[in-house]
Write a protein that binds this ligand. Structure first.
Ligand code: UDP
Length: 329
């Protein structure tokens, strides 16, 4: 069985579906703090368990033959992490300690886990390479960097092989429109922009138009969730083939400004989407663009849905079919 930790969340639920479609046996562990049971494919075996509850978590390992793990469970809001750092270290770092304890005890030797572009902080050069300096500017980024370091030492001591995937801006939804992004508190640009044509907000706020970019708004590298999960499956295969631990960036290599994203959303939805300029959001670097050359070279991975129009279209397909997310499903 492949154990998907955080399989009821936005990205995890897409992984569960794609792994099942590829013929894998899948178990899901999720505490449903931010995830949704309705997002979990019914073909998977579901455990409502918190990673910090070591006894309950251990029962998943004693009841199943866990072959590999894909780990998405984390708190992931940069702003929240600055005001609640202990929550982030407890959930993300202490949670990962329990994952490692059980991997060591039950002899599970492979794990693919989510990391983030936030480990780099304010980049000194773009595109960002994996060996660029890591200087996180938030407890969220720091917690992911700590996880990477813990896994490195556990590999040396216990032969636990890992692939850490540093995500850039994940967006879009499965093409079925059955699962997608549904956060209690939404902070991400694309779902927030789409709330305007959904009638849930009257305008979108642009956080700063005085950045040193072509139109003054921040530039980000958007990656379709389907491409992102494809990289996880390739990473798992890579470990199954016996390769050693690695860290990869996952992005499209292309940057789009906040204004460009809003324009694409106007085109896709046919709605005028009024936008207002506000102050910069604390901690936002002006430009984040990945070099994913390493993932292409070692995993043979290349994003297929890397035009932002497809990303916004697929997100819109999900949101317009499910304006209230998973509520009532
Ligand atoms: N952003 C914005 N208005 C919003 C939400 C986000 O202008 O209502 C900007 C944000 O400042 C950043 C970009 O959109 O430059 C992407 O933000 P998001 O939170 O989606 O992802 P992040 O890059 O922070 O991981």
């Amino acid at each position: 069985m492949i154990l998907v930790l955080g399989g009821a969340g936005y990205i995890g639920s897409h992984a569960v579906k794609m792994l099942l479609d590829a013929g894998e046996t899948v178990g899901v562990v999720d505490n449903l703090e931010t995830g949704h049971l309705a997002a979990v494919d019914t073909r998977a075996k579901f455990y409502n368990v918190d990673l910090r509850d070591l006894n309950a978590f251990e029962s998943v390992f004693s009841e199943n033959e866990v072959e590999s793990i894909i780990h998405f469970s984390a708190n992931s809001l940069v702003g929240e992490s600055v005001s609640l750092p202990i929550k982030y270290f407890e959930n993300n770092v202490a949670g990962a300690v329990n994952v490692l304890k059980l991997m060591e005890k039950y002899g599970v030797k492979r794990i693919v886990f989510s990391s983030t572009a936030a480990v780099y902080g304010e980049p000194k050069q773009v595109p960002i390479l994996e060996d660029s300096e890591t200087l996180p500017t938030s407890p969220y980024g720091e917690s992911k960097l700590m996880m990477e370091k813990m896994f490195k030492w556990a590999d040396l001591a216990h032969g636990i092989r890992f692939v850490s995937l540093r995500y850039f801006n994940v967006a879009g939804a499965d093409q079925s429109g059955d699962i997608g992004e549904a956060h209690g508190v939404e902070t991400h640009l694309i779902p927030l922009v789409l709330q305007v044509p959904l009638g849930k907000r009257k305008e979108i706020t642009i956080f700063g138009d005085d950045y040193p970019t072509k139109d003054g708004t921040c530039i980000r590298d958007y990656i379709h969730v389907t491409d992102l999960i494809d990289a996880h499956m390739r990473a798992l295969d890579y470990l199954r083939q016996g390769h050693g631990s690695e860290i990869f960036n996952l992005g499209s290599g292309d940057g789009f400004s906040v204004k460009e994203i809003i324009d694409v959303a106007r085109k896709v939805t046919g709605h005028e989407i009024p936008a207002v300029i506000a102050a910069r959001r604390a901690g936002d670097p002006s430009t984040l663009i990945a070099s994913s050359e390493k993932a292409e070279r070692l995993l043979g991975w290349k994003p297929k849905y890397n035009d932002v129009e497809t990303i916004v279209k697929d997100a819109w397909n999900w949101h317009s079919k499910h304006p209230n997310g998973f509520v009532g499903l």
